[in-house]
Design a protein. Sequence first.
Length: 159
Amino acid sequence: MAKLKKSWQEKLNDVNDLPRVVPIDERMAKNYGRGTLVIAAPTEVDEIMREVPKGKVTTINEIRAALAKRHGATIACPFTTGIFAWIAANAAEESYAEGKKDITPWWRTLKSGGELNPKYPGGTAEQEARLKAEGHTIVPGKGKKMPKVQDYEKNLAAL
């Protein structure tokens, strides 16, 4: 019997043994310094993304800072935080397709530097359309740079 693929909502709620705070090992210390690293639960990333009100935005780095503070860690894991934001975005769209209206506003979560995320549902075009509908101005990307929200720093949500 074939194993059924997990839905995005199941992935979002699959917290395993998370959150977990661990010491930063030697390999990671070169990039992040000494201290501790929190690997948050996917639901925690989703919860923070839900806090961003209409007209405001946040970045993965802002979410990481909020998670580190919440857990008393030096930093939050950049890899899992990004992956969990992607899962939250897809779980929200899955819920919307099922008729739910109160979904996580994933389009308000930007990459570092205010860039749009091509891995979110519908790619940068969908994220751009939703951000423009909320009053944001999008600056086209140049070269390998993604489009970004103009003056995004002025519209960061307090997390």
